[in-house]
Design a protein around this ligand. Structure first.
Ligand SMILES: *[C@@H]1O[C@H](CO)[C@@H](O)[C@H](O)[C@H]1NC(C)=O
Ligand SMILES: *[C@@H]1O[C@H](CO)[C@@H](O)[C@H](O)[C@H]1NC(C)=O
Ligand SMILES: *[C@@H]1O[C@H](CO)[C@@H](O)[C@H](O)[C@H]1NC(C)=O
Ligand SMILES: *[C@@H]1O[C@H](CO)[C@@H](O)[C@H](O)[C@H]1NC(C)=O
Length: 380
């Protein structure tokens, strides 16, 4: 009875051995090249997040020094053109997601970070604090304290969600809602198939995910669970960070725990009161930032200070596919995005970086923010 099956298997194996596999597993690290980088004319630049338009153009958000979206056209052309869309009443942007074809939601806020101050009216209350912390930072606590400067000095009550509409001849922007109760809004995801459309927004400061109705601007708590909290003893407390939706789940990264969890949500994007999160990947890194989920359900993770991109399958701790601690390749990577399936970009994973602002490579080498194209052809 089993014989025919065995024969078939044996035959299949023989064939596989005899014929060279068409796409050999890619060697690591994967090829990675910088396709766009700012220069020193704007100091202390930090790219925070990225979304793709359906035509393959990139929308890259800047956390500092200004609330700008860099719209990068034909990113793989070798000489991409960039134009800038500015968001009002803010000096930094974070997560971005497409909510309808060529319409995006983006998170904005006011940060009293050092570079920001050169461009805006100084926020005098925090100036002395900053000076003191920078003096310390330059000595030994570079990483932790600079990040504290960047994050803790997010001005309380200034967070907001904006819409950017690219359907017309010129981009238009619209305030969806201010969220004065929010701490630091970070990653953003669309609730799949929800009408009217809604987004989920991670709040890294108060360890919660909000649901925002983008038509009315009404918002509420979508999830607030222990897995979103920073590690109890972390020097730099950062919990929930990146968020994605897939099927009936919200996936989120917890920076301190270097982990990705998933949580069941309802059609509106809200988690049941007793919903439990499930750990899907614990990455081998000190800290992680945002991530993406590819077609096969693998997690591509930006490790920021670790200067690498790690790919983890469910239950695995992952493999480094780009960068290294001592290399600038993807140094300070904050977020990743997949090409949208045009012939040219189908195998490209874009990484954006915070320009090693917080942790120069080898302690001394830093560079402006950039966008890197990683070629995953043949990677399995
Ligand atoms: C720096 O970038 C700006 C804006 O892209 C550009 O206009 C300028 O020429 C660049 N400067 C240098 C020195 O490359
Ligand atoms: C931010 O402001 C709110 C009131 O709007 C207050 O309840 C909260 O404690 C403040 N948070 C911080 C970190 O100061
Ligand atoms: C932080 O907590 C973890 C366990 O929760 C413990 O293993 C670790 O030693 C603690 N680190 C410090 C610096 O206290
Ligand atoms: C950092 O130091 C290592 C070891 O000396 C070296 O190989 C690497 O090129 C340095 N990185 C940069 C960006 O200079």
């Amino acid at each position: 009875m089993h014989f025919p099956t065995l024969t078939l298997l044996a035959f299949a194996c023989k064939t596989a051995l005899a014929v060279p596999t068409p796409s050999r597993a890619a060697e690591l690290p994967l090829p990675a090249r910088t396709i766009f980088q700012l220069n020193e004319t704007v100091p202390d630049t930090w790219f925070e997040n990225i979304a793709l338009r359906q035509n393959g153009d990139l929308l890259v958000t800047m956390l500092q020094p200004s609330a700008s979206i860099y719209s990068i056209q034909q990113p793989l052309s070798g000489s991409p053109k960039a134009s800038i869309i500015n968001i009002d009443n803010a000096n930094g942007l974070l997560g971005i997601v497409e909510t309808a074809p060529d319409v995006f939601a983006v998170v904005a806020g006011i940060f009293s970070a050092p570079a920001v101050r050169k461009y805006l009216v100084p926020l005098t209350t925090s100036r002395d604090l900053f000076r003191e912390k920078r003096a310390l930072a330059q000595r030994e606590y570079h990483l932790e304290l600079l990040l504290l400067i960047l994050h803790v000095l997010a001005v309380n009550g200034t967070m907001a969600v904006w819409e950017v509409d690219l359907r017309g001849p010129e981009p238009t922007t619209r305030l969806i809602t201010k969220m004065p109760e929010a701490g630091i809004l970070n990653g953003v995801a669309l609730v799949p198939g929800c009408s009217p459309p809604a987004i989920l927004v991670a709040d890294t400061a108060i360890s919660r995910v909000w649901r925002v109705d983008i038509t009315t601007g009404e918002y509420e708590t979508a999830a607030e669970i222990p897995e979103m909290l920073p590690a109890p003893n972390a020097t730099l407390p950062l919990g929930v960070n990146g968020v994605k939706t897939r099927g009936e789940y919200l996936y989120f990264s917890n920076s301190n725990l270097a982990s990705i969890f998933r949580l069941p949500i309802d059609k509106r994007g809200v988690a049941a009161r007793d919903a439990e999160a499930e750990l899907v990947a614990k990455v081998d890194a000190d800290i992680i930032d945002d991530f993406l989920i590819d077609e096969e359900g693998k997690y591509w993770v930006a490790t920021n200070f670790q200067n690498t991109v790690v790919v983890a399958e469910t239950g695995s701790s992952g493999v480094v596919v780009a960068g290294a601690t001592t290399q600038l390749t993807v140094a300070g990577d904050t977020a990743l995005a997949l090409g949208r399936g045009t012939k040219e970009d189908k195998n490209i994973v874009y990484a954006v970086t915070g320009g090693t602002l917080n942790r120069p490579v080898n302690g001394t080498v830093s560079e402006p923010a950039k966008v890197v194209a990683i070629d995953r052809t043949g990677f399995k």
